[in-house]
Design a protein around this ligand. Structure first.
Ligand code: MG
Length: 246
């Protein structure tokens, strides 16, 4: 077991190093990277389509890569915004890693891009431990998922620079308890901003875009207290098929 944990730590440490150098390179190019993370069906693609559309309409150069296990559905949806979009198929892997992101950006990301959105694979476990070189990690959760998700997935929510509560138009119908949710978030990531959004009504989407643009302009994002969490016992349990077990 110790050996497995050592191997996981080594994989994560290598990814951390690659992510740090990617972040530096992107920042040198003036690109702010946003890692969008949530469970499947929380509305990452719906939110991203609106963010890309609004940014494009305002003349802000944005691009997105979207990861999926098997389909290109999300890239097709996102391309309707007019922004530059690339689909990444992970071939069954449940998360993205920094070297994959770098490889996909090489020769593709135009100079002058201000924001690069990375839609991670829908999953609150594996992607949480992998830094992708982002400046801003945005974790989404829909009101239909239940108020306890932050405490059930402390690494994902604990490392968020910004939390987006989605599908708020359904909050009343599903009896979502905002107070309990706020208390749970407060326990895991004190001080993190929570933005309420609805892709259906457009509520809160412009605020999300404004927070992202503020990060581009150098306003420091909220720094979660769990930074470096995976070196302090929050190691996720997943091993990818491509990692040798010896
Ligand atoms: Mg999606």
């Amino acid at each position: 077991m110790c050996r497995v944990v050592d191997l996981q730590q080594a994989v994560l440490a290598k990814n951390d190093g690659l992510a740090a150098s990617l972040r530096e390179d992107l920042m040198d190019r003036g690109v702010t990277a946003v890692n969008l993370l949530s469970s499947p069906g929380s509305g990452k693609t719906a939110l991203l389509e609106l963010l890309l559309t609004w940014a494009t309409e305002r003349g802000i150069p944005v691009a997105a890569i979207t990861a999926d296990l098997a389909t290109e559905n999300d890239a097709v949806r996102l391309a309707r915004s007019g922004a530059l979009v690339k689909q990444v198929l992970t071939g069954g892997l449940c998360h993205l890693e920094a070297d994959q992101v770098r490889a996909h950006l090489d020769g593709w990301l135009p100079d002058g891009t201000r924001v690069l959105f990375v839609e991670n694979v829908g999953n609150l476990v594996c992607p949480a431990s992998y830094d992708l070189g982002e400046t801003l990690r945005v974790v989404l959760m829909s009101v239909t998922e239940g108020e306890d998700k932050p405490v059930k997935y402390p690494t994902a929510f604990g490392l968020a620079n910004l939390v987006v509560l989605s599908k708020t138009d359904l909050a009343e119908a599903v009896g979502f308890d905002e107070k309990e949710f706020a208390a749970n978030i407060g326990r895991i990531n004190p001080g993190v901003e929570v933005l309420r959004t609805s892709a259906r009504t457009g509520q809160g989407v412009e605020t999300v875009l404004n927070r992202v643009l503020a990060a581009c302009d150098g306003s420091p994002p909220h720094r979660p207290p769990l930074a470096g969490a995976h070196s302090h016992g929050h190691v996720h349990e997943h091993m990818t098929a491509s990692e040798p077990a010896s």
